[in-house]
Design a protein around this ligand. Structure first.
Ligand code: GLN
Length: 485
């Protein structure tokens, strides 16, 4: 019954509720698929098969009692930056090896309450810093479409697991693109909600003014189901916003007539792969066929987004990572003096990219440079947000390519941090502006998936999802899976 692993969540829900399949069967099918392929893909850092089967049995009872929520009995994977009481959380770092949290992240609590099944924790670039999952201290995850290529990052395990049939859904985090870019590289759906939509309590913080948690799925409807489960205001996260959580699946019907979609001229650059440009153009034409009016817009400050991000995110990271000192958090390395202990703990515990970010961030925040770098970056950030505010006066949603290239070869960019950073040139602006974005498959180039983003107005995920769903249903891209024979 390996077909069970390719069911959509929506179909699995119907079959579970009708008693055609059980959550135990569904979970066992996923555990078998993990056994079959994960030696090659390496999505999982920690597998929790026994716990999953217990949760599945409990879910089956709940379903039989007629009390199922949308995700009851659905097997999912969690990026290893979300703390959980029953499994270790490493953030892909040696410094947190074996760390067990005394509490669950709010999104984890919500999923537990919904009766979801936890298959395990999946790989990430160390502290979510990276675009390829090559910065994990626990080995690289491979792209299920081509095992010589990266799955993207930093949520590479979350994305590869769903693409490879090793989980029906997963949760990742997106600070500068870490949900959308890997979803794009693996040919699945990845959704970054509006900043404030989902509580980050229990997410190991990277850039606190940018971080959001969101779903990976193989269809827009499935992503919408998970978004509904994890959203909402939380007293433990003061940035979460007290707004009602709509049923994000309700508006998912095909009609785009009367809608205006913006296409920004700044998202067309030299150096973009021809296959990506061709798929993007074809998708835009399809939106026209679906009844939408395409409006050319300008987001003139896009060219500063990457530079602004690489001041803001490292600055916030350098402050957030101060807690990993071997006293409060982090494997304590004993040494002669307190200072020696800090140096050993952090020197041996952090990998090279994390050290680079801490140095960049500390520099940008240091006395004499703070105004020139950090404050300046905040001002530019306001301009980037103003670009989107102006555009959304004209259009209902914006469509753009997710990445300028398809997934690259493992090792191709590890010696060139700037080439690596460029993978996120079109995902970062949404984080800077706080708006939601969803990546959906829109074709293939060199045999690898190509991806399109839809951006929505802040807290208007519903319109964004409607647009994404209409496109998805007009094509068959999302139904294609890697074989991993
Ligand atoms: N790739 C970007 C970075 O390295 C974004 C990471 C993320 O969104 N967590 O910072």
């Amino acid at each position: 019954m390996s077909d069970l692993v390719w069911l959509s969540v929506a179909d699995a829900r119907r079959k579970l509720d009708a008693g055609e399949i059980s959550s135990v069967e569904l979970t066992e099918a996923h555990l078998r698929e993990i056994d079959r392929v994960d030696e090659r893909v390496h999505s999982y850092l920690h597998r929790s098969g026994d716990l999953a089967l217990e949760q599945a049995a409990a879910a089956d009872k709940r379903i039989a009692a007629g009390d199922a929520a949308p995700l009851t009995g659905i097997p999912i994977a969690l990026k290893d930056v979300l703390v959980t009481v029953d499994a270790p959380t490493t953030a892909g770092s040696k410094i947190l090896e074996g760390y067990k949290s005394p509490f669950d992240a709010t999104v984890v609590t919500k999923l537990r309450d919904a009766g979801a099944v936890f298959l395990g924790k999946v790989n990430t670039d160390e502290f979510a810093m990276g675009s390829s999952t090559e910065n994990s201290a626990y080995g690289v995850t491979r792209n299920p479409w081509d095992l010589t290529r990266v799955p993207g990052g930093s949520s590479g395990g979350a994305s590869a697991s769903v693409a490879a049939g090793e989980a029906m859904l997963s949760l990742g985090s997106d600070t500068g693109g870490s949900i959308r870019q890997p979803a794009g590289f693996c040919g699945i759906v990845g959704l970054k909600p509006t900043y404030g939509r989902v509580s980050r309590y229990g997410l190991i913080a990277f850039g606190s003014s940018l971080d959001q948690i969101g779903p990976f799925a193989r269809s827009v409807e499935d992503a919408a189901m998970m978004l509904g489960t994890i959203s909402g205001c939380d007293p433990h996260d003061s940035t979460s916003v007290p707004l009602d959580v709509p049923d994000f699946t309700i508006g998912l019907n095909g009609d785009l007539c009367g809608m205006k979609l913006g296409v920004a001229r700044e998202y067309r650059v030299d150096g973009m792969e021809p296959g990506v440009a061709a798929s993007t153009d074809a998708a835009i034409a399809r939106f026209r066929d679906l009844g939408a009016e395409i409006v050319e817009i300008s987001l003139p400050h896009t060219k500063y987004a990457l530079a602004t991000y690489y001041i803001t995110a490292p600055a916030e990271a350098s402050a957030n990572l101060a807690r990993f000192d071997g006293v409060r958090f982090g494997l304590s390395k004993q040494a002669g003096s307190l200072r020696d202990m800090y140096e050993r703990t952090r020197g041996e515990g952090f990998g090279p990219e994390v050290k680079r970010r801490i140095m960049l961030g500390t520099y940008a925040l240091s006395s004499g440079y703070y105004d020139a770098y950090y404050v300046k970056a905040q001002k530019v950030r306001t301009l980037i947000k103003a670009d989107f505010d102006a555009a959304f006066k004209e259009v209902d949603a914006i469509v753009a390519p997710t990445s300028p290239t398809v997934a690259f070869e493992i090792g191709a960019r590890t010696d060139d941090p700037v080439a690596m950073y460029l993978a996120d040139i079109w995902t970062i602006p949404a984080n800077m502006a706080g708006i939601p974005g969803v990546a959906i498959p829109c074709g293939f180039s060199e045999g690898m998936p190509v991806s399109l983003q839809v951006f929505g107005k802040a807290f208007d995920e519903a319109t964004m999802l409607k647009v994404a769903h209409a496109y998805e249903q007009s094509e068959n891209w999302h139904k294609q899976h890697p074989t991993l024979a």
